[in-house]
Design a protein around this ligand. Structure first.
Ligand SMILES: Cc1ncc(C[n+]2csc(CCOP(=O)(O)OP(=O)(O)O)c2C)c(N)n1
Ligand code: SF4
Ligand SMILES: [Mg+2]
Length: 314
């Protein structure tokens, strides 16, 4: 049986173009072809759900090994790339975004996905988060927020609520937590969404919308740490007596103030796309700069340009 003709979304084609669109006639990758080591997470960890949905996304959207890259920093959640049979890296704590930026800018044909935790994203990597967002570099960043440092066995994280008892705050957290949604919008992210591991269909919907966005897309995914913060998200889970409230249907995703207002609602808050605007990406700007520079040298090869520079120095 011949395989169906499939549309490769935005990324997936020629490396010199920002919006390559090609058609491919290949079978989608199966879960077996995408999964690597068996995840070492604790049984019941919310991160399993995100990984399973990433596999589904790759299969559903017919992405190929050579057209995706999976990057992470350090943490339980950041072990993610170990479990994916694809190109990727488990990089330095808090430095996943600059590493992914280099990949995205040099290979605009790739779908760049970054996964990590709240500590990796907002503590040690906080600076990079702000700058990658403001530069609008094309990638999808999914932060698996469990409100705690899991890998290092229960320290207060930047999203831990006041009063949370941990090894670093034995009598309860005293520092005000950050609000990832507000921070992402303020930093300049052009796609900002919120979801939770306990609603797989919604996680999938948000990851799909994020990967289709032409720019820096950020998804905060609540992901329970059953070992060090059990029950943290029960109030957002109808199966645990909580409520799962979507972003209202009439919310204008291009309205920054309306997005802040949604982000300001107390926990469990809203789930869905809070903010989405179209702005030129750094990828597009760099391609234009490179094209202009190449036109000036009349299409000479790199070594010829170098030779000319040496000749001028003589
Ligand atoms: C430079 C550096 N500082 C500190 C650590 C120790 N460390 C490893 S993971 C981590 C926190 C991870 O928390 P988070 O990103 O929330 O991931 P989780 O384990 O909760 O998924 C810390 C402090 C490190 N590996 N490298
Ligand atoms: S310690 Fe927490 S975050 Fe880490 S694998 Fe276990 S449940 Fe998941
Ligand atoms: Mg964490």
């Amino acid at each position: 049986m011949s395989s169906p003709t499939v549309e490769i979304p935005a990324r997936g084609g020629d490396i010199t173009s920002v919006q390559p669109i090609t058609t491919e006639t290949r079978k989608p990758l199966s879960k077996k072809e995408i999964s690597a080591d068996h995840p070492t997470w604790c049984p019941g960890c919310g991160d399993f759900s995100v990984l399973a949905l990433y596999f589904k996304l790759i299969e559903k959207r017919k992405m190929w090994h050579e057209k995706i890259t999976t990057i992470a920093g350090i943490g339980c959640s950041s072990r993610f790339p170990y479990f994916v049979q694809a190109h990727g890296a488990h990089y330095i704590h808090g430095r996943a975004l600059p590493f992914a930026s280099g990949i995205s800018l040099s290979r605009p044909d790739l779908h760049v996905f970054v996964f990590g935790g709240d500590g990796d994203a907002f503590s040690i990597g906080g600076n990079h988060f702000n700058h990658t967002a403001r530069k609008n570099i094309r990638m999808t960043y999914v932060v698996m927020d469990n409100w705690v440092y899991g890998l290092t066995k229960k320290q207060t994280s930047p999203t831990s609520p006041l009063g949370f008892k941990s090894k670093t705050d034995v009598t309860g957290a005293v520092d005000y937590p950050i609000n990832p949604m507000k921070q992402a919008i303020a930093a300049g992210a052009t796609f900002v969404a919120r979801t939770t591991h306990s609603n797989p269909a919604h996680v999938m919907q948000m990851m799909e919308a994020a990967m289709d966005h032409d720019g820096f897309s950020f998804v905060e995914c609540l992901s329970e740490c059953v070992e060090f913060y059990e029950g943290a998200f029960d109030a957002s889970n109808p199966r645990k007596g909580g409520v799962f409230n979507l972003v209202p249907a009439d919310h204008d995703v291009t309205n920054e103030m309306a997005a802040y207002k949604l982000a300001d609602e107390g926990f469990p808050g809203r789930f869905g796309i809070f903010y989405k605007v179209n702005k030129p990406t750094k990828n597009a700007k760099e391609i234009a700069l490179n094209k202009g520079a190449m036109e000036k040298v009349n299409g000479l090869k790199d070594w010829q340009i170098l030779q000319k520079t040496f000749d001028r120095m003589k």
